[in-house]
Design a protein around this ligand. Structure first.
Ligand code: SF4
Ligand code: SF4
Ligand code: SF4
Ligand code: FES
Length: 956
């Protein structure tokens, strides 16, 4: 789907109003929503008024004076960007006088601008150049060398864009983009007149300022002042293709601007329904991994994981993998092999892997990384509301009055949504943050949480129950909503339970560590403050009571009537780009596509007929069960597509021992990841730029992924799965991923109306999409819950087994950082390492002082599962007794420390609570030394010069 390189710019933002006004512009009648600017009204009518400081993603500013118009009956020449259209107005956008005025403005700009257009990076895409043309500028009376800033030094500190002050026309767009769109407030205009210039922070280089490199300023800059380095190197693109970001669950839409098969830049798509033209540093700039030299482009095999790899043809690799799987099943039985679906790959690819397991393998041993992140969301929301998914669109936050953020850090993990949320907070919505850490949202420019409840890790259920207790016992319940929409009996039982004194904030204070007064205040605000929306993340799910907490959140939404309309709802912030999709299309061992249990014979028969095989009625193995079975000797073969279980799953030593005991591990990935070091077959994967398909984001939004270049290793991932299935004796035959989606739609009621053609037509579709909702479902549970009546479920707090002791007196909790992404396989291969080149242990200064730990010093972190060594970062963001780290670098071994404790319902690991001791040290842990040796050996077995994922860092 080729798009125009430059989308139409209407100059000022769209206004929504039930009232319309009709005016005359250059003799033409135009009707627009009240509040629309004259500039936008003209553009909607097809007349483009010259402009420089206006752009339709920002509020008008009125500084350049290029957009002047004449209005009948009014004196002077008002700026069309700041003047609202009025009923009956008569406007002229062209006249000799206007032309002369605009020419005068342009003369001033050009007299202070270097005239190096032919060699300028923006040549061909420069609004200043365009306006010089539009205004008919032919001479500059003031000369060309005025006071221009030709000597100004370029700021090249940011790895992705430059700031060349000599080209700045001080239009202020960048400053406004940083404020309005991104919400970071990193830029100001310093100085006056000719001296004025854009300045990050206190005249600092971009990299030393508050800038988070979202790219919003670069996007709105009308000149080459702020310019992507790739454009400077490669020149302007010649075509563009709309696709979807392959990083997080926000699912931002981008235009891949291309020169032939090479990406010049990724520009957030204005019409993208998840991001509306905004981006973060990862999607906007960190795409270089896709063509990184570490990509493995040839299939490889080896007999044992200690043998050297041998490059082979695709045929040989696939024949070998199929023969090994057949041999293993013959020797150890049908259930001795399984597969892992990737939440990074497309829906179509995920669907094929689970189909391959259920047909060609003949069992249900299939699982996905949602096991380790949002499986409790699936379970908890299905039980209470009837559907395993979030209830809203991201846009819905624009209607929220109170926003509760629990166990999520959106500014780092879901940055584009965070910008949207911050905008609403700046407009006056109130914020409640429930998090052990003082995350950025608690206090950032123009945003301050009304309540921050810094609970102890592992006590979410206690906190949620005490919030509900206040609402129930103080008569703040939405009684009509509950009576009409929820199951009576379940509600009464829950109400009686939650009202027990043991659930009061006073009683729970001991457990949560948060004062009862704060909890009462937050509960009252949430129940009485208007539209209340809850956003939560892995800080809720990755606990022994993860599913219970999700149900507690659903209870809280129901008891306050905050479900089924704009501005409210239960909103899981999904981690990976397609984690929602991988769950939807049947990646769990107990569910067929559409969350239907394998024990349900009607569903099973539907798929049996379509697929022509018998499907096992019993759930298969979950990922942790696969590891246990491998160590027991009953699970011997694994097809692992696009997931690095060694780095991402808890208790690394347990995982590697399990993998080392297996006979055939087939890894399909773009890089030699940590899991591939234990593999016997390596099948090169394809990046998101190399294939067609769809991703489903946290809003249930299905968006197209479009191939912008041919697969570097010949095949897209879905084609490889097809070939493997065929070799295993199960016929798969698809000419294009759209046919796979057609099959999903045919077999899955919530997807009945989905097709590539419809997604292309509508831009994206939020499921359910079927006969009842042909255009999709932005908001769920509107008139009734998917399960009929909402069900309150009793959520009794049970303390985790992972308790602090004298030996392990601190609690370790883990999370992500903005610039890196999960296991880091992609972002570590980009310039994003400049922001975060190693994982650090954040520790409160008091805890550090007690242990003699200094900022930047090496510390050993020990749990009952293992130990590792990281550098310490002293941070007041932490509460005493709690330490924190990220897990983006394999050599950090963050998951060597995490334990096998897991959610009672779904086995989701309890990553967020590990009892540890932290001590200063001078050398790496034994595991790290072993890891370094093993990585080096694997590196040699690969026969490649260097793997950038392997760092040989010695500790001084
Ligand atoms: S850097 Fe660009 S957007 Fe910012 S003021 Fe200068 S010309 Fe305008
Ligand atoms: S890149 Fe983003 S955060 Fe940085 S200055 Fe520009 S708009 Fe602000
Ligand atoms: S917010 Fe997420 S989806 Fe959007 S650009 Fe960033 S990483 Fe990509
Ligand atoms: S575009 Fe209206 S004043 Fe600049």
């Amino acid at each position: 789907m080729l798009e125009q390189l430059n989308e139409k710019d209407f100059g000022t933002p769209k206004r929504i109003s039930e009232q319309e006004v009709t005016l005359e512009i250059d003799g033409m009648q135009v009707t627009v929503a009240a509040g629309t600017s004259i500039m936008r009204a003209a553009a909607e009518g097809g007349v483009n008024v010259p402009k420089l400081c206006a752009t339709d993603s920002l509020e008008p500013f009125g500084s350049c004076r290029l957009c002047l118009v004449e209005i009948e009956g009014r004196k002077g020449y008002p700026a069309s960007c700041t003047t609202p259209a009025e009923q009956g107005m008569k406007v002229r956008t062209q006249s000799p006088k206007l032309q002369a005025l605009r020419k005068g403005v342009m003369e001033l700009y050009i007299s202070d601008h270097p005239l190096d257009c032919l060699t300028c990076a923006a040549n061909g895409n420069c609004e200043l150049q365009d306006m010089a043309g539009v205004t008919g500028l032919r001479e500059v009376r003031y000369g060309y060398d005025g006071e221009n800033h030709l000597d100004s030094k370029k700021d090249e500190s940011n790895p992705y864009f430059t700031y060349d002050a000599s080209k700045c026309i001080v239009c202020n767009r960048c400053v406004r983009a940083c404020e309005e769109t991104q919400g970071t407030y990193a830029l100001t205009i310093s100085g006056r007149g000719f001296e004025s210039r854009v300045s990050p922070g206190q005249d600092q280089p971009f990299m030393n300022s508050e800038c988070v490199s979202c790219g919003a300023c670069v996007q709105v800059c009308p000149t080459a002042t702020l310019q992507e380095k790739t454009v400077i190197e490669m020149g302007q693109a010649e075509h563009s293709v709309v696709t979807t970001c392959a990083y997080c669950g926000v699912g931002c839409s981008f235009k891949a601007e291309m020169k032939g098969n090479e990406v010049v830049r990724m520009v957030p798509h204005k019409d993208g329904q998840a991001n509306e033209g905004h981006s973060c540093v990862k999607g906007r700039f960190a795409w270089g991994y896709a063509t990184h030299k570490d990509r493995i482009l040839k299939p490889m095999i080896r007999g044992k994981f200690t043998d050297p790899w041998k490059e082979v043809s695709w045929d040989e690799a696939l024949d070998y993998a199929a023969a090994e799987f057949k041999r293993i099943q013959k020797k150890y039985g049908r259930d001795s092999i399984g597969g892992i679906v990737s939440s990074r790959c497309t829906n179509e690819e995920g669907y094929l892997v689970q189909k391959l397991v259920r047909t060609a393998f003949g069992n249900n041993n299939v699982d996905t990384c949602a096991r380790v992140c949002h499986s409790p969301t699936g379970y908890g929301l299905k039980q209470t509301l009837g559907e395993s998914a979030g209830t809203q669109t991201f846009k819905s936050v624009e209607h929220s009055d109170v926003i509760m953020v629990i166990g999520a850090n959106p500014t780092d993990a879901h940055p584009v949504f965070a910008s949207r949320m911050k905008k609403r907070l700046r407009e006056g919505a109130k914020l409640i943050v429930i998090d052990p850490r003082k995350i950025e949202l608690v206090r950032s420019p123009h945003v301050k949480a009304e309540f921050h409840l810094p609970l102890k890790p592992g006590t979410n259920v206690a906190m949620l129950s005490s919030l509900a207790h206040v609402i129930v016992t103080e008569g703040l319940m939405a009684t009509d909503f509950i009576a009409q929409r929820c199951e009576d009996k379940a509600f009464e039982q829950w109400r009686d339970f939650i009202a027990l004194p043991e659930n009061s904030p006073e009683a729970m204070q001991q457990v949560t560590g948060v004062s009862a007064e704060l909890v009462r205040g937050a509960a009252r605000l949430f129940a009485t403050g208007g539209n209340g929306a809850i956003y939560y993340g892995l800080g809720v799910t990755e606990h022994a009571q993860g599913s219970t907490a999700v149900m507690g959140i659903a209870n809280l939404a129901m008891v306050t009537g905050n479900i089924g309309r704009e501005g409210v709802g239960v909103n899981p912030l999904r981690g990976q780009n397609n984690v929602q999709g991988s769950c939807d299309i049947g990646s769990f061992p107990h569910e067929l596509p559409g969350y239907r249990h394998v024990s349900d014979s009607t569903t099973r028969h539907l798929f049996e007929q379509a697929w022509g095989v018998e499907i096992q009625p019993e759930p298969g193995l979950r990922i942790p069960n696969m590891f246990d079975a491998a160590l027991d000797g009953s699970f011997k073969g694994l097809y692992c597509q696009g997931e690095d279980i060694v780095q991402s799953d808890p208790n690394t030593q347990h995982v590697t021992a399990a993998l080392a005991s297996m006979e055939c591990i087939v890894v399909q990935d773009i890089f030699m990841n940590e899991t591939a070091m234990y593999a016997h077959v390596f099948l090169p994967g394809s990046s998101f730029l190399e294939k067609d398909g769809t991703f489903t984001n946290a809003e249930r939004r299905i968006s197209r992924v479009r191939k912008v270049m041919p697969p570097k290793a010949v095949y897209a991932d879905w084609e490889v799965t097809v070939q493997l299935a065929n070799r295993l004796g199960y016929r798969m035959d698809y000419a294009h991923p759209s046919e796979i989606m057609d099959e999903i739609a045919r077999l899955t009621p919530t997807f009945h109306g989905v097709s590539f053609e419809k997604i292309d037509r509508l831009g994206s579709i939020q499921w359910p999409c079927n006969d009842e909702a042909p255009l999709g479902t932005p908001i769920m549970h509107v008139d009734q819950f998917v399960r009929g009546k909402g069900k309150f479920i009793i959520t009794k707090y049970v303390a985790t087994d992972e308790k602090v002791t004298r030996k392990f007196p601190l609690i370790l909790t883990t999370g992500r950082i903005l610039s890196q992404y999960n296991v880091g396989a992609q972002t570590r291969r980009t310039e994003n390492v400049q922001w975060h080149e190693q994982d650090l242990l954040e520790i409160h200064p008091h805890d550090a002082e007690e242990r003699g730990i200094r900022d930047g010093g090496w510390v050993n972190i020990q749990s009952r599962a293992g130990d590792t060594v990281l550098r310490a970062k002293l941070s007041e963001r932490m509460q005493p007794g709690v330490v924190y780290t990220t897990f983006h670098f394999p050599e950090s071994g963050a998951n060597v420390i995490t334990t096998e404790n897991s959610d009672w319902a779904t086995n989701c690991p309890e990553y967020k609570v590990t009892a540890v001791q932290v001590m200063p040290v001078t050398e790496p842990s034994e595991w790290q030394k072993k890891y370094t040796r093993f990585s080096k050996v694997q590196h040699e077995l690969l026969g490649k010069a260097a793997l950038s994922s392997v760092k040989d860092e010695s500790i001084a």
